[in-house]
Ligand binder design. Structure first.
Ligand code: TXA
Ligand code: MG
Length: 352
């Protein structure tokens, strides 16, 4: 075990917080069985206490027998959930370690500080080798939200974490830039009988991928449908304003540049310095704002590449001291859904 990991384990055992890299975003971790430590997460982030946290677990060592690969996950999940369904096991086997969080009926002993008082618990086994090393050395579950202040942009480098909490004496394990770059897909399996498996937050793993795997277990139960608002559980990432830069950000449709001119025609004078973020070198909108554009960024034409860099880009844009971020809306096809979701929420919450 290296020194940093040993240090981190000591901190966690003493009830302190540690920032850990995962393949999605950096997390602010605490011992999931220590209520005082978990409370520190909420006070540090400024997060409302009703918002539940994800418990992170290590990959169990392979079991030689029984033959089923899924059996190794039973032991892990049973510590946190009172009802480990075949659906949960098959998803764990397929997607863990990786960017998938499962919502399951909680076990009795799971702290209400972690679940936000709900009857369910979110569990994820992250893939990042440093997260794995830490979880294994710690020997228990780590409750960890993204390591940012509530409502702000999730961090994808150790430096971003430091920027979020400059005044804090926080051990930050540096695992380099996160590979995925946006938060895990969250699938709710707690009401399989009535609702099927429902994706609450989009991420690198799609509803289609999940349905495909679940169809192997029980084709009748795979059809996730959207909840009505009153059914919506508390997922802070589901608030319409989230992941937000402080600079006002406007998403424009490149196919309707005139609309953009309209919307801003009266306000142009207000936005002296504009950053323009777009896909190709097309000039459609440029003439309208030409003299005000102080910075230009070209986007990758690939959703996976954009997901990886999106939060770092938003942070960079926020540091430019500009009045407006003019961001070309993302393509409509489903491969862009997760990253489009984050960008939409970022623009709604921006400028505050
Ligand atoms: O990729 C990720 O999931 C990252 C890394 C650090 O693992 N974590 C993360 O945590 O994004 P956080 O707290 O920023 O977002 C987790 C979301 C929250 O919106 C929370 O409300 C939801 O998961 N959640 C957690 N437990 C839940 C539960 N029992 N029922 C419904 N939603 C839950
Ligand atoms: Mg978050």
């Amino acid at each position: 075990m290296n020194d940093q990991i040993r240090q981190a384990v000591l901190q966690l055992k003493a009830g302190h917080l540690v920032a850990m890299p995962t393949e999605t975003v950096y997390g602010l971790a605490a011992d999931a069985n220590n209520p005082e430590a978990v409370k520190k997460i909420f006070s540090t982030k400024g997060r409302p206490s009703g918002h539940p946290l994800i418990v992170h677990v290590a990959t169990p060592r392979a079991i030689q027998e029984p033959a089923s690969n899924e059996a190794k996950w039973v032991k892990v999940l049973e510590q946190w959930s009172r009802d480990v369904s075949p659906e949960a096991l098959v998803l764990a086997e397929q997607f863990w370690p990786g960017p998938l969080t499962m919502i399951l009926p909680k076990a009795k002993n799971v702290l209400s500080e972690v679940t936000g008082g709900q009857e369910t618990v979110g569990i994820r086994c992250p893939k990042h080798p440093i997260a794995q090393e830490l979880l294994t050395a710690f020997g228990g579950g780590l409750a960890a939200p993204s390591a940012n202040r509530f409502g702000r942009i999730s961090p994808t480098t150790a430096e971003h974490v430091k920027d979020e909490f400059p005044e804090l004496d926080l051990l930050i394990l540096d695992g380099g830039p996160c590979e995925v770059g946006i938060e895990s897909t969250i699938v709710d399996l707690s009401r399989l009988d009535t609702h099927g498996a429902i994706v609450l937050r989009l991420g690198a793993i799609s509803q289609e991928q999940i349905n495909e795997v679940l169809a192997q277990v029980n084709p009748q139960k795979v059809i996730g449908r959207n909840r009505t608002n009153s059914e919506q559980p508390r997922v802070s990432g589901s608030l319409s304003a989230h992941y937000a830069p402080k600079t006002k950000m406007y998403l424009y449709d490149s196919l309707r540049p005139n609309e953009l001119g309209h919307t801003f025609s009266l306000d142009v004078e207000k936005f002296h310095k504009i950053a323009w973020v777009h896909f190709s070198k097309q000039e459609k909108i440029k003439p309208i704002f030409q003299k005000n554009i102080v910075k230009e960024f070209l986007l990758p034409e690939n959703p996976t590449a954009l997901a990886k860099d999106l939060y770092a880009l938003l942070r960079q844009l926020d540091k430019l001291s500009i009045d407006l971020i003019l961001f070309e809306a993302l393509p409509g096809d489903s491969s862009w859904d997760a990253v489009r979701d984050r960008l939409g929420r970022a623009s709604v919450g921006s400028g505050t």
